[in-house]
Design a protein around this ligand. Structure first.
Ligand code: B12
Ligand code: SF4
Length: 521
C-alpha cells in the first residue's frame, strides 16, 4: 500500500517557482507506519495513472482554480481501486462537490496537519468517514514540512508558513472566513529550524507563505490602549513581540538568504517593523493595493488602504526601508472606468513597485463578493452549457469565460484587453531594465530580468489571454525562462549549517503525528 499526495495542475512546466507547501506538510502528517508518501506535483509533471494500485490512498488538494483537474485525478484514482481523499480550501468550502464530482471517499475540511493521520488509519481499516473536520488548529500544532521528500532541483523558492489567519475582512478574499481572523502564529524556533534545513539542502530563496505577515498594526494597539482593554493590549503585544523575535532570528541566518512575504499596506506606517524586515533579509512583500481610487477601495471593503498621492508615498516608504513591493491590483471593479487602467499602471510606475500583478476580479467562493453574486444569480441563473456561471470552475477551461461578473459599463473583453495592455506596459523591456537597477550586481540583474519576464508569461500570458496561439507561445516561453531562472536561484548547499540551540529535543509534533496508530499495522 502506498500513500500518494497529488497537487493537481493542467499546466506542467517541468520546473515550478514556489513549492506547494501543503504537499510537504501532509507528508509530515502521514503516519510513519504507512511509509513515505509519493509526492506528485502536476505543475512539474502529470501523474502517471499506472503508479496507483488498488488499496493505495490518494490525497488531493484543491483550490478553486485547479478543482476540475483535481476531480479528474480523483476519478482516475478511484477507478484504479484507490481510496480518494480531498482537502484544501475548495474542498473545505464544497465538500459535497468533491464527493460527487471528484468521487471522493472522504473530504477533510480545514487544516490537515492533525486530521490526515486519522484519515489514513481509517482508510487502511476500510472505514473512512465521509467528512472530517480538520478545524483551525493552533499555531503550535502546525507541522514542519518533510523537505527531505522534495524532488531535487525542481523549485526556485521553498515556502515556509509563519502565521495563518488575517484580522481584516476584504470582500474579495476568503482567508478571514476560512483561516479565521485570529492570527495563529508558529513559534520562531520552529520556523527557523525549517529554514535552516532548507538552507542546508541548497535553498536560499524562501517565500513566507503567510496570509498577512503584519497581523497587529500600530492602530490596533493604539485603539486597544485607548479603550483601556488591557487583555487585548497584552494579546496584541505578545503577537507583535513574537514577530520581532522571528525577524531577529532570521537576521542571524546566512546573509545570502532572501525572504519574500505578503503584507498589508499599513506596515508602511511602522518604520521599526520595516527595518526589522530588512535586517531579516525579507527583501520583498506582496502588498494588496487592489485599487488606486477611494471608490475602488470602498467597493472591496479596503477603505483603510491609501489612494492617490498618499498611496504612492506609502509604497515608496517600503522601498525606502529596503523592502521591495510586489503590488497587486484588481481590474473589473464596478467603479472602474477605461481611464482606471492607465491611472493604475502610472501609479504602479510612480510608486516604484518592483513587481506588479494585475488580476481580473474573480469572485472566489467563501467571499462576500461571491455570496452577493450567487444571490443575484439565483433569480435568473446564467448557464454555460449545463453549468451555472456561479460554478465557473466546473466549466472546461477551453470554454470558461475569463470574467464572470458583468461590469456596469465595460464588456469582459474590453476589461481583459485593457488588463493585458497594462501587463505589457509594466513589463516592457525598458521598464524592466530600469527597475533592475535596484540589483547590486550583474548576476542578480540578469536574475531580476528573467524573473520579471517569467512572472509576466506565467500569469498574464497563460492566464488571461483568450488567444490560444498566444497562450501556447507563452507556455513555451515560460518553460524556457523557468529553466534559465532555476539555475540563477540555486545555491551551494550548506550541509554543516548549525541550527540554533533552543534547548528542546526533536520536534515533538512530527513524532506524535507520525506515530498515529494504524489499525492492523
Ligand atoms: C502562499 C500563497 C500563494 C503563493 C504560493 C503558492 C504556492 N505555490 O504554494 C503565491 C503568491 C504564488 C500564490 C498564488 C496564487 N494564489 Co495563493 N495563497 C497563498 C496562501 C497565503 C498560503 C498557501 C499555503 O502555502 N499555505 C500553507 C499550507 C500548509 O496550508 P494549506 O495550503 O491551506 O493546506 C492546509 C489545509 O488546507 C489542508 N489541506 C490542503 N490540501 C490538502 C489535501 C488533503 C488530501 C488534505 C487531507 C488536507 C489538505 O491541510 C494543509 C495543512 O494544514 C493562501 C491562503 C491560505 N490561507 O490558504 C493563498 C490562496 C490559496 N491563494 C489564492 C489565490 C486566489 C491565488 C492566485 C490565483 C492569486 C492570483 N490571482 O494570481 C494564485 C494562484 C497560484 C496557483 N496557480 O496555484 C486563494 C485561493 C482561493 C480559492 N478559493 O481557491 C487563497 C486561499 C488566498 C485568498 N486570497 O483567498 N498564493
Ligand atoms: S486580502 Fe489580505 S488583508 Fe484582506 S482579508 Fe485577505 S489576507 Fe487579509
Amino acid at each position: 500500500m502506498s500513500v500518494h499526495l497529488v497537487n493537481p495542475s493542467d499546466n506542467s512546466f517541468g520546473t515550478a517557482v514556489i513549492t506547494p507547501r501543503w504537499l510537504f506538510v501532509l507528508a509530515a502528517a502521514t503516519p510513519r507506519s504507512a511509509g513515505n508518501p509519493i509526492l506528485v506535483d502536476e505543475s512539474l509533471e502529470q501523474i502517471a495513472p499506472e503508479t496507483i494500485k488498488p488499496g493505495d490512498i490518494v490525497g488531493i488538494s484543491v483550490h478553486t482554480g485547479n478543482a476540475l483537474r483535481g476531480y479528474a485525478v480523483g476519478r482516475m484514482a478511484r477507478s484504479r481501486g484507490a481510496w480518494v481523499v480531498y482537502g484544501g480550501i475548495h474542498a473545505t468550502l464544497f465538500p459535497e462537490e468533491a464527493l460527487e464530482r471528484g468521487e471522493a471517499h472522504a473530504v477533510v475540511k480545514g487544516d490537515g496537519d492533525v486530521a490526515w493521520g486519522r484519515v489514513v488509519a481509517d482508510c487502511l481499516a476500510g472505514k473512512p468517514e465521509k467528512v472530517y473536520e480538520g478545524g483551525r488548529i493552533e499555531g503550535s500544532e502546525f507541522l514542519p514540512a518533510r523537505w527531505d521528500l522534495m524532488a531535487p532541483g525542481k523549485y526556485m523558492w521553498a515556502s515556509v508558513q509563519t502565521i495563518r489567519g488575517c484580522p481584516k475582512h476584504c470582500s474579495f478574499c476568503s482567508v478571514w472566513r476560512t483561516d479565521g481572523q485570529k492570527p495563529r502564529q508558529r513559534s520562531h524556533q520552529r520556523v527557523i529550524d525549517e529554514i535552516v534545513e532548507l538552507r542546508r539542502i541548497g535553498f536560499r530563496f524562501v517565500a513566507l507563505a503567510d496570509d498577512n505577515f503584519y497581523p497587529v498594526t500600530l492602530t490596533d494597539l493604539r485603539l486597544a490602549r485607548e479603550q483601556k482593554n488591557l487583555s487585548k493590549v497584552e494579546e496584541l503585544t505578545a503577537i507583535r513581540r513574537e514577530r520581532f523575535q522571528l525577524m531577529e532570528e532570521l537576521a542571524k541566518l546566512p546573509k545570502d538568504m532572501v525572504f519574500f512575504t505578503q503584507i498589508t499596506m499599513e506596515a508602511g506606517e511602522d518604520g521599526d517593523y520595516l527595518d526589522a524586515m530588512r535586517r531579516a533579509n525579507i527583501k520583498g512583500a506582496l502588498v494588496g493595493v487592489e485599487a488606486v481610487t477611494p471608490e475602488g477601495l470602498k467597493a472591496v471593503f479596503k477603505d483603510w488602504n491609501y489612494s492617490g498621492e498618499a498611496l504612492a508615498k506609502q509604497l515608496q516608504t517600503f522601498k525606502a526601508h529596503g523592502v521591495h513591493v510586489l503590488g497587486s491590483f484588481i481590474f473589473g471593479l464596478p467603479t472602474d472606468k477605461p481611464a482606471t487602467f492607465d491611472a493604475t499602471v502610472q501609479m504602479a510606475l510612480k510608486a516604484g513597485v518592483t513587481f506588479a500583478q494585475f488580476v481580473m476580479m474573480t469572485p472566489f467562493p467563501g467571499t462576500v463578493d461571491f455570496g452577493r453574486w450567487e444571490k443575484e444569480q439565483s433569480k435568473d441563473p446564467t448557464m454555460v452549457g449545463d453549468v451555472p456561471i456561479t460554478r465557473y470552475w466546473l466549466i472546461p477551461t477551453e470554454v470558461r469565460p475569463k470574467m464572470f461578473t458583468p461590469h456596469p459599463t465595460m464588456s469582459s473583453d474590453e476589461i481583459r484587453e485593457r488588463t493585458q495592455k497594462v501587463w505589457d506596459r509594466f513589463y516592457n523591456w525598458d521598464a524592466i531594465w530600469e527597475r533592475s537597477g535596484c540589483c547590486p550586481n550583474i548576476t542578480s540583474r540578469i536574475a531580476f530580468i528573467f524573473l520579471s519576464k517569467l512572472y509576466r508569461q506565467m500569469y498574464a500570458g497563460t492566464g488571461i489571454s483568450t488567444d490560444s496561439a498566444r497562450r501556447k507561445k507563452s507556455k513555451r516561453w515560460a518553460r524556457w525562462t523557468a529553466r534559465q531562472c532555476k539555475r540563477l536561484f540555486q545555491a551551494k548547499p550548506m550541509p554543516d549549517l548549525e541550527s540554533p540551540d533552543w534547548g528542546m529535543g526533536l520536534p515533538k509534533l512530527v513524532q506524535a503525528a507520525q506515530a498515529f496508530p494504524i489499525v492492523g499495522d
